[in-house]
Design a protein around this ligand. Structure first.
Ligand code: MN
Length: 487
């Protein structure tokens, strides 16, 4: 989908046709110049003067799948009762852009005509009131429209809005159920469809095995060439790699046939398969598909959504699992990995394809997987949990480092990080909030984008930062729990 955003400019008839023509011309010019600086096109739609015009453009935005959000701006004063019907029915993310055409107040030129034409400060407050009065989720961004940091903030919001659009069209293919007895990977699939738009359904592992058996040697040969080009083959068991290629091709066929952008499987249900998909899942994730291990469809969908929100539409966001701590004073780190399935988008160097024994699950043969170290950089980890009656999105700021140990006998990809505000307080906060062991780790999606995304979809958002204390978090969670029960 080629997403775009709509620019709707508020005004009224009071000022006469000349002013309205000027407003329209400037709005078109701003949309054009902003489009060149933003990650998605901003399309000027209308200088709105009536209730009917606003209601109409909001209806059109709702029905246009390519419209990922609406940005409004009040060049002049735009009485807000004419916005009520449109905004009340608007189903797309909304950003109130508080800017003005001119940067400076012109000392000599300014008179009452100038004031009537350029009164964004006046119009913004009327526009802001109706957003607050309608309790309408919206992002308010203030600043001069030609400033890079302002454009950066709009671009960041746009990516969150694209995340909301991707969420509302998300389909998840489940092979097998959740891992037996695990609580945090469970969730209400009806609730996520109602709130987030996700269609989460199951397909038989037997159907996957049937499609795997139909994969031809020619198809596998072609994918092996791709593997050889992208990865270092560090095993002589080529038949194990070919088996992963067979799995990848079959899963991709089924995902694409159903329009699914995310999938889950479980090592407890691989009936008819020789290997848990490792390399297969990793290479699918590298192509933008979401994945969650042990049947974790929530983290799978979140991975696909955050990949789509990231750089170039397939950013560096990956399925991750907290495994082990290094509790040495001054070297407090978390070690994250997974049984096999870490996306190579975060690899610091060329990944190696290795085969190793996997002791748990229904593996007849040692599964091939990509082994590598994750890159350094600031990042976030994100976990979506079902609180019963509502969803909570937990986000923590982290700093990924080059792993401080080579760990030569660890047969999987690994990422090492420092959590905010510290390892132990960070863990206390994460556990207090109920965050899962499975997360999406992202190097390019920001906490602000995840907060915007949660606001757009009307779910709870919890952010653990360098300033978070356990006391303040407990207090916030207590109040939020009461508030969300009243909503
Ligand atoms: Mn896991």
């Amino acid at each position: 989908m080629n997403y775009s955003f709509w620019f709707v400019v508020g005004s009224q008839f009071l000022y006469g046709p000349e002013v309205l023509d000027t407003v329209a011309a400037r709005a078109a010019e701003m949309a054009e110049k902003l489009s060149a600086a933003l990650p998605y096109p901003l399309i000027y739609k209308v200088t709105a003067k009536t209730n009917q015009e606003i209601a109409q453009v909001c209806k059109e935005a709702n029905y246009d799948d390519s419209c990922a959000g609406v940005i409004t701006w009040c060049h002049t004063f735009s009485p807000s009762k004419m916005w009520i019907n449109g905004l009340a029915g608007l189903q797309k993310p909304w950003c109130h852009f508080a800017t003005q055409y001119n940067r400076e107040i012109p000392n000599e030129e300014i008179d009452m005509d100038f004031m009537n034409l350029n009164q964004a400060a006046h119009g913004d407050r009327e526009h802001g009131f109706i957003g607050a009065r309608l309790r309408k989720p919206r992002k308010v961004i203030a600043g001069y429209w030609q400033d890079e940091d302002v454009q950066g903030r709009i671009g960041s919001w746009m990516k969150a809005a694209v995340g909301a659009a991707v969420s509302r069209s998300m389909k998840v293919m489940r092979f097998g159920d959740n891992m037996r007895e695990v609580a945090v990977t469970e969730g209400d699939k009806v609730e996520v469809q109602a709130k987030l738009g996700w269609q989460v359904n199951t397909w038989a592992v037997g159907d996957l095995v049937r499609v795997m058996n139909e994969v031809t040697d020619g198809e596998i040969d072609a994918l092996m060439e791709t593997y050889k080009a992208q990865y270092e083959i560090a095993t002589d068991r080529l038949d194990h790699i070919r088996y992963q290629a067979r799995e990848e091709i079959a899963m991709k066929k089924m995902l694409d046939a159903e329009g699914c952008k995310a999938f889950s499987n479980t090592f407890q249900d691989l009936y008819g398969m020789e290997q848990l998909p490792g390399l297969a899942s990793q290479h699918l994730m590298a192509q933008g598909y979401g994945y969650g291990g042990e049947g974790d469809w929530k983290v799978s969908a979140m991975t696909a959504i955050m990949k789509a929100m990231g750089e170039g539409g397939n950013g560096c966001s990956l399925f991750m699992e907290d495994y082990t701590y290094n509790l040495v004073e001054g070297q407090e780190y978390s070690l994250g990995a997974h049984m096999l399935e870490v996306c190579p988008c975060c690899a610091a160097a060329k990944p190696r394809i290795e085969t190793h024994h996997l002791g748990i699950g229904m593996n007849e043969k040692d599964p091939a997987r990509l082994v590598f170290e994750g890159k350094e950089g600031d990042a976030i980890v994100v976990s979506l949990i079902d609180m019963g009656g509502r969803l909570r999105l937990i986000c923590q700021d982290i700093h990924c480092v080059k792993p401080i140990l080579p760990m030569p006998n660890l047969p999987v990809a690994r990422v090492m990080w420092q959590a905010e505000p510290s390892l132990t307080t960070g863990v206390e906060c994460w556990i207090t909030a109920g965050g899962a062991h499975h997360t999406v780790l992202s190097y390019d999606v920001t906490a602000e984008q995840m907060r915007d995304w949660a606001n757009m979809l009307d779910i709870e958002f919890v952010h653990i930062t360098k300033d978070t204390t356990v006391e303040s978090l407990e207090h916030d969670l207590f109040l939020a729990d009461l508030a969300w029960k009243l909503k």
